[in-house]
Design a binder for this molecule. Sequence first.
Ligand code: XUL
Length: 519
Amino acid sequence: MPNLILGLDSSTQSLSSLLVDLDSGDVLDERSLNFDRDFPQYGTRNGVLPHSDPSVVHSSPLLWADALDRLFLQLKQAKLPLGDIQAVSGSGQQHGSVFLTGLAEKQFREMDLHGSLADNVARVLAKPSSPVWMDTSTSQECAEIREALGGAQAAAAKTGSDITERFTGPQIRKFAIEEPGAFKQTDYILLVSSFLSSLISGGISPIDVGDGAGMNLMDIRSFTWSGEALEATAPDLRKRLPPLCASSTVLGVVNPYLVLKYGLNPSARAVCWTGDNPSSLIGTGLTQPGRIGISLGTSDTLFGAMAECSTDPQAEGHVFGSPAGGYMSMICFRNGSLAREAVKKRFGMDWDGFSQALRDTAPGNGGRLLLPWFEPEIVPRTPGGVQTKGLETDDASGWCRAVVEGQMLSMKLHSRWMGESPDRIHVTGGASQNPDILQIMADVFQVPVRRLELSNGAGLGAVLRAAQAVHPDRSWEDLSAPFLSAPMPDVTPDPATADLYATCEEEYRNFETERLSAL
Ligand code: XUL
């Protein structure tokens, strides 16, 4: 029987799937449903529900359940061999929460086959909508929890992150305060990942330590619920939270609903889901410490496995459990493509012109510096305002190099707390197509940079996690090798720039410290 594995990824705007044959390395099917386009009845815009207060950003758990049904229906209609699937897992957008009544466990275990998944879920919802990671309406709740835990550094040391607006704990506190009646009706609080995992496995799924760390409720060192954080967040929270588990947990066989409606094999395994970032760690080949991943998107994200649990003394980065065991770090820099594009636009350039400017200027940029805070920045935390040193306002090529060097120096500087010196960087995202940007990355970090051609790192991570859970004897390297091809040779660092960029990092740090205290 072929060894097929199904990986799913429920992101902010879509549900996508990847069906692979583990033995041949073939991708049999890859598809995606777009929430706005394919489910217009929910009225979402970019995957979220419009709200009069822009800081309140929710979506619908019924939409996510409907999407799961539609996806399995499409796979069945495409006559894919669903009976040969050995294991299913998935990843979800992090931090979002689903609030269910005490009837949920039985409802999911004994699904009504006459109704859809959404019909089954609708009967047990304690709150119709789910706050998601884009919600920024919990500043007050964050301040209260942070104070109870002894400040930002203490909260980060305890839970892996400072108390953060989009994280689940503050969102739960807001719900408990604003809607005490509905909160009282809530017996289960799930994440997007564990909610969908519950539907696949037919029961209430535990929360894995990767996504659990994005709640500000889990003790990051012991991987157990933190009594202190629960206490500071909402009344009687412990009894409302499912247990925590390792990300590789096999929950059992798939829900009979999927067997009877779509022809899944009754012995197919349901493997616990995790958050999209922990899943991407696996999907980008970063299961071992010693390598970091950088995703160059609207925001730039740096992440990597860590041998030991070290938390950010500035309380700006995040620590999650790694699905491969141990820990992972994640640092979000808000001014990613956003800043590169702002410079390109300022000088009326196209990307070829931008790249030419990088080639026309020398490493170190003759001492010209730029702090790329076009928008308020997360790391380091600042309301922003671009800061320059030695840069004339009309120096187009100087600005192009300065923005990229500034971003790379900032990433290097602000990832030092992780205590890892990488030997390779795996890079993904739109701007990873640009070899001139990658050369600066390689020179600043003094390690080779490998571009991965991945359309869905989180989805591939789900496949590999499911595969590893049912084949624990096979190594991550062995499992991932057929899927992680690099489309071009690694970009290697120029050793002649090593001392120069060490000096640049020092100068950047001093300039940043000076401007942060002045702003
Ligand atoms: C991570 C975060 C986002 C979501 C996106 O902290 O909020 O990356 O996981 O899906």
